[in-house]
Design a binder for this molecule. Structure first.
Ligand code: SF4
Length: 246
């Protein structure tokens, strides 16, 4: 296992908050050098961090979620890559796995910001207590809200997992962080099943929301693979279009 040990670069020359004083490693298990779909409206690179505390039945990144000792990309390589993309890329998205599972995320974000990139985050929100340290660096968040809080364990396999996810949602909303909330379908979900969730999100103040079809082929749970894909119900699409921007 490669452990990243590069110290954060000074960011005094750019107008952003003081970087976190302590450097912890944020391990990178993968890199997408260019994407137009992971940060709305921006050309971005995506960094994938290993590890996740949950095991969602439909997870396509099960290898990454359970990865504790797989191959890593040295942070020095990431930094060199990003330096070579200044002026070509707008943003860097931290994804996973669950990127907030590693304590060094704020330092890594500060370094990326110091290089002149916008910072995006894909998270399912399992660690709301870690988010305040990230907020100063964040330009956009894609937050997975999987279900109503009480329905989380049936998806994640982890008792009590809904409470931190919804706490993360409220924290981002209170901070005013630009955000898109996403919900992935579960097998047999119909429009009526989705309405209580959609209404709760709208009441909470969510303005950008997208429902994603279930793609079963790579799912962690063989029962999901067997059940097959599940599309977003047309009636739910219409209902959401009236309430949210995409
Ligand atoms: S939270 Fe995301 S990465 Fe973690 S198990 Fe669920 S789908 Fe996979």
């Amino acid at each position: 296992m490669t452990v990243l040990a590069r110290a954060a670069a000074p960011v005094d020359s750019v107008a952003c908050p003081r970087p976190p004083a302590r450097h912890d490693a944020w391990q990178v298990a993968g890199l997408t050098p260019l994407t137009t779909i992971d940060f709305p409206g921006e050309l971005a690179a995506v960094l994938f961090g290993p590890g996740c505390p949950w095991r969602c039945r439909y997870c396509h990144n099960g290898h990454l979620a359970a990865d504790s000792d797989g191959p890593r990309i040295e942070w020095s390589e990431i930094r060199s890559f990003l330096e070579s993309r200044r002026g070509l890329l707008d943003a860097v998205v931290f994804s996973g796995g669950e990127p907030t599972a590693q304590s060094g995320l704020a330092v890594a974000m500060a370094e990326v910001k110091g290089l002149g990139f916008k910072v995006g985050l894909h998270t399912a929100g399992p660690y709301p207590e870690r988010l305040p340290a990230l907020l100063p660096w964040l330009d956009w968040v894609g937050l997975d809200i999987k279900a109503l809080p009480e329905d989380y364990p049936a998806i994640t396999g982890v008792p009590g997992s809904g409470e931190p996810a919804w706490r993360s949602l409220h924290l981002f909303l209170e901070a005013g962080t630009p955000m898109q909330v996403r919900t992935t379908m579960m097998p047999a979900w119909r429009a009526d099943d989705l309405k209580p969730l959609v209404d709760r999100l709208a009441d909470a103040g969510v303005t950008h929301f997208r429902m994603q079809p279930l793609r079963a082929a790579m799912a962690l749970d063989p029962a999901i693979v067997e059940a097959g894909d599940w599309e977003v119900p047309e009636a739910a699409r219409g209902y959401c279009a009236a309430l949210f921007a995409p």
